[in-house]
Ligand binder design. Sequence first.
Ligand code: ZN
Length: 376
Amino acid sequence: MRHVDVVELARALLDAESVTPACGAVFDVLEAALVPLGFAVDRFVVGDAPDGPVENMLATRGTGAPHLAFAGHVDVVPAGDGWTSPAFTSEVRDGLLYGRGAVDMKGAIAAFVAALSAQPHGGQVTLIITGDEEGPATFGTVSLIERMRARGIAPDLCVVGEPTSVSRLGDTIKIGRRGSVNIWIEVPGRQGHVAYPHLADNPIPKLIAALAELDALVLDHGNAWFQPSNLEVTDITVGNAATNVIPAAAKARISIRFNDLHRGEELVRRVEQIVHEHAPDASITARVSGEAFLTQPGALSAMLSAAILDETGLTPELSTTGGTSDARFLRALCPVVEFGLLNATMHQRDEAVALGDLHTLTRVYANLLRRVPLSQ
Ligand SMILES: [Zn+2]
């Protein structure tokens, strides 16, 4: 079996530009690395513009239990301005590898493939790779899960390679994520002259009263694994340029990050109720982008923690902080934990990973591959 060099593969992945939604070249690079390692590779394209087309990949090696899955995305956010060297031409400077996606998360994918090239394993291993995580995720991991169900691919454990480390590689594993819901509120009024308020109906005081009540809500006090849920008012728009006009409508947007004591729909209904007390005609639209979930600490987090301690000397914190990730879909398959590189430069200009961290992460994943069969 050819030994995959983690830095070489990371650079090849970074050089294949893959702003979300991603197809083509970046998957060619990954397939070319996996086939010589004995993986059966299944690539498929789904969806149309604007959210697609999206390419996805399932790559499987070995048979039997335990079946370990590794999940990741090869799409990246746009480069943005101000890079020291071109964002889609990888460059090593002072021990750091620069390129869009270095930590989020082509570096972790390269580390997992390098670990697989060096470390034999018992049971089946499947890579679940999408080109649509950074976008709306319409055709990404959701399509992969459907395809896995159709093909009878059923992992027992799943590691997501998102950049979870905060200050040092190995300091944090994510065992769950908060849920997220965005809610748009529009309060209608009746436009009129400020001097004749009895002929008009001003929507602004009603909206402000509703928002004040929403802002004062205590949703919960958190629990053993989650911080308290939080509601933020993220926008208020009236757009009234005239000094003597009572406006016809006022709009606001709120965003709630919630823990596993709530469901998205329940929070939307609660917001609706409060808004309608102040403005019965208000219209409300909502989008739940993910429910909160928790993988109770167990065999998987224990094995991963032990692998991290071996290779880094750190005992990782088990955390549920941060934004959403594709783990919110994958949890439907099996226990899911997330562990990867330092997240300090993700989505920023000059995104970079320390070469040493790429090698250490490869050793952590290889260590985990050694442990998985033993614990079953
Ligand atoms: Zn990511």
